[in-house]
Design a protein around this ligand. Structure first.
Ligand code: GRF
Length: 212
């Protein structure tokens, strides 16, 4: 599997994927890292790992459609099989998403379907939830609404702040994201007719990783 990772920022999840590939926990090959921001630290991580990079700034395009077409062309040039969104902060157009159906993953810092969108950690604290975590899901046109594949849960403590939650959830992310990517690479996870299958069985609810 030839993998492209789309980033906008720090890229700690990208690093986890690079490390997993290096440690042979990920059998796919990350062939390119695409950022919409030239100053994303994730690009440095890719360069340090000798991975091709591309910067396609959304600001250079008149609309989302033309930006997505440019991204799509880059992915085709890299001959990508699997697209992994790792802190990529742009909303994708339905046309782009439909071309990567069942081949594009995202990780979101909440227990979806709760807390789609931004500022998830603060919103969890505001509500007083006792459980929080992250979700890996297939990407569909609706934001953070594609079928969830795997989740990992933490207990929120009274001492937690948005920062501490972000840190704790990141740790979970770095564990589950390479694992789910590997399931797609080795064929344990598949997508047929708009449905996820795990070990050839319909995936009815997200796979739960052990609590930290
Ligand atoms: C992660 O929290 C991820 O869940 C969200 O964006 C953040 C990216 O962090 N989609 P990083 O750039 O991988 O460190």
């Amino acid at each position: 599997m030839r993998i492209a990772v789309l980033v906008s920022g720090n890229g700690s999840n990208l690093q986890a994927l690079i490390d997993a590939q290096h440690d042979k926990q990920l059998s796919g090959q990350i062939v390119g890292v695409l950022s919409n921001k030239a100053d994303a630290y994730a690009l440095r991580r890719a360069e340090d790992a000798n991975i091709a990079t591309a910067v396609i700034s959304h600001q250079n395009f008149p609309n989302r459609e033309s930006f997505d077409v440019a991204m799509h062309q880059q992915l085709l040039a890299w001959q990508v099989d699997l697209v992994i969104l790792a802190g990529f902060m742009r909303i994708l157009t339905p046309n782009f998403v439909s071309q990567w159906q069942g081949k594009m993953l995202n990780i979101h810092p909440s227990l979806l379907p709760f807390y789609k969108g931004m500022n998830t950690h603060q919103r969890v604290l505001n509500t007083g939830d006792r459980l929080h975590g992250c979700t890996v899901h297939f990407v569909t046109a609706e934001l953070d609404a594609g079928q969830s594949i795997a989740q990992s849960v933490i207990q929120v403590s009274l001492q937690d702040t948005a920062e501490s939650l972000a840190q704790r959830v990141h740790q979970l992310e770095h564990f589950i994201y390479p694992q789910v990517a590997q399931w797609l690479c080795n064929g344990q996870l598949t997508w047929e007719n708009g449905q996820a299958y795990f070990n050839q069985k319909l995936l009815e609810k997200p796979i739960q990783f052990a609590q930290f």
